[in-house]
Ligand binder design. Sequence first.
Ligand code: GCU
Length: 412
Amino acid sequence: LGLVNGQATEPTYNYDEAKVGTYTLPDPLLTNSGQRVTDKKGWERRRGELLDLFAQHVYGQTPTDKVKLRFQTVKTDNNALNGLAIRKQVSISFVDYPQLPPIEVLVYVPKSAKKSVPVFLGLNFCGNHCVTMETDIPLSTRWMNKAADVTTDGPNGEPRATEKARGLQVRRWPIETILKRGYALATAYYGDVEPDHPQGWRSGIRSVLGDTTRADNWGTIGAWAWGMSRIADYLATESAIDAQRIISIGHSRIGKAALWAGAQDKRFAAVIANEAGEGGSALARRWYGETVERINTSFPHWFCNRYKTYNKRVSDLPVDQHELLALVAPRPLYVASAEEDQWSDPKGEFLGAVQTEPVYRLYGKAGLGTVTFPVVNQPVGQTVRYHDRTGKHDVTDYDWEQYLRFADELVR
Ligand code: GCU
């Protein structure tokens, strides 16, 4: 049962395929005035309409204010990971808002690279100290996700990182493999952009930009996506990085942000959404796993306030998530699920990816090329790819193996 203020309510999630019911998806190729899009030019206009609709109804408006950034290299190690990498720690601060915490970016570039290289850019859940065992990465001093090993000795008993969390998520970040395959990796703690709780906006960029009185004021996912674009701003200044080949990647809630970032910012050359689920890759109208009502109840800060008005009338939403996925077109898109992650609704993620096909076709690109849900561990598709791997909600070596191959084929 769903819980609202500790009270049991109607279930706000569903694991019974028989209860999914029927639904009609909005057609991405039908403009707001009912005209049919038949070519790239028409789609470029339609793209603008869809971005507006997602901003007005789902994620909120991303402020267009030009924010002055300062990129400060805090530390460079020319011999990191036993000589495999050049590692940089770069602090992105906000010139006009000195009160905002900087975004601490950790970048690894393969030392053997003869020219600039493509880069995977993804936020992390537990701080940069969690993605590596290297002891000279300082512990994050910010509000910390409780999933990480934390103490509660921050101000007002807020959670803070401890040394125990070092390397906690190395398994999700196979840095050496990524480097050996000729890619750079850039990551930053998502809580640097905005702490992940309803009051988190008070200490992040949303405290200075946006308008909290508006139903379409941006939410936390919008802020994280904005942060991704600011990191891309920095990466574009790095000669070791090929700024034409920045891959936006994210898992789960961070995958939702990676998608919204990739939809809005065409500098992302490809997008990888690992188990991004509800409010990410999964169709909202498919009443399975987590639902719109459930996500808005558990995480009231993630989306704009207007999104909550759809809790009990999802079919009134002017968009659905397949249209978010389609906003990545014609760029390569990877949607991934895990069999034991029914909360994210693997089938709903697959069907979202299926529905992007007509948009990719406008560019002469092949999408998934199938409407049949694939067997586990069997990636399908071309420019749009999908897999449902065995196992739980996570990022595994299997996932990375597919992403690296996808990048080799389509981004290089
Ligand atoms: C929760 C949430 C999901 C989210 C996930 C995650 O399970 O309901 O929507 O994707 O956390 O970020 O791991």
